[in-house]
Design a protein around this ligand. Structure first.
Ligand code: CTP
Ligand code: CA
Length: 231
């Protein structure tokens, strides 16, 4: 049964979940951001707590109230998210990267507000790449049995299908599970619903039908639970 009722099956486990979208500041009032709402990450954190886990939620700019029974660390930028996730991951049985980290940040951030030029010209923004948190966590595991989960929103294109891109990303990131959303058709951002395929590094594939983000969270933890060692 997908996402069965399993209270207590994560008791004694420590899990880390990241949620939301990071912001990269251009000046004190402006940033580059993305449309991640944080709903999926919050659902994962709440569900893990309900099943008995000790949960640390690293939240990047999500607007929801802190879930009950969960330790929440609030961050803004990808580098802050990386530092918080790496620290919490040291003691974690599982790390789930549901956040959408900005891939790039401005090479410089102005301490003062950037003003418009009188000649009508616009400033150029130079970007540099942010660290890849999921790849870092996966390749430098705190311990051998840690279960690491990534998320990916993909579209098919001329070079391959959604699942082709997802398999390649799973291998490149080095995580154990990748939760894949096909975003070719429409929006998942801010929606309470989700539909996904969960791919395992062991070759497994679980199709999760359209349903709530809580329903998807249940199946994700089922998949994590199967891979945790010990009773
Ligand atoms: N991720 C991360 N650190 C980043 C970027 C992404 O940890 N700097 C994580 C996300 O939290 C997600 C997974 O990697 O779990 C996949 O994110 P995605 O944006 O699809 O991967 P990218 O490597 O950034 O690939 P793309 O060029 O397709 O955006
Ligand atoms: Ca990205």
């Amino acid at each position: 049964v997908l996402g069965g009722d399993t209270p207590g099956d994560l008791a004694g486990r420590r899990v880390v979940v990241s949620a939301g979208g990071t912001r990269e500041y251009l000046d004190p009032v402006r940033f580059l951001g993305n449309r991640s709402s944080g709903i999926q990450g919050y659902a994962l954190a709440s569900e893990a707590a309900r099943r008995g886990a000790e949960v640390t939620l690293i939240s990047a700019n999500a607007v929801q109230p802190d879930p009950a029974g969960v330790e929440v660390v609030h961050v803004e930028t990808t580098e802050q998210l990386r530092d918080a996730v790496v620290k919490a991951a040291l003691h974690a049985d599982s790390v789930v990267m549901a956040a959408a980290p900005a891939d790039f940040r401005p090479t410089t951030t102005s301490d003062t507000k950037i003003k418009k030029a009188a000649d009508g010209s616009a400033p150029a923004i130079e970007l540099e790449q942010n660290p890849d948190i999921l790849a870092t966590i996966s390749h430098e595991r705190a311990h051998e049995h840690q279960v690491v989960v990534g998320f990916a929103a993909e579209t098919g294109d001329a070079t391959g299908s959604v699942l082709d891109h997802a398999r390649e990303k799973l291998a490149r990131k080095g995580c154990d599970l990748l939760v894949v959303n096909d975003v070719s058709g429409g929006a998942v951002f801010g929606s309470p619903d989700n539909e996904a395929v969960i791919l395992g590094a062991d070759g497994s594939r679980v199709d999760v039908p359209r349903g709530t983000k809580t329903a998807l969270a249940r199946v994700v933890w089922d998949q994590v639970r199967e891979r945790l060692v010990g009773p």
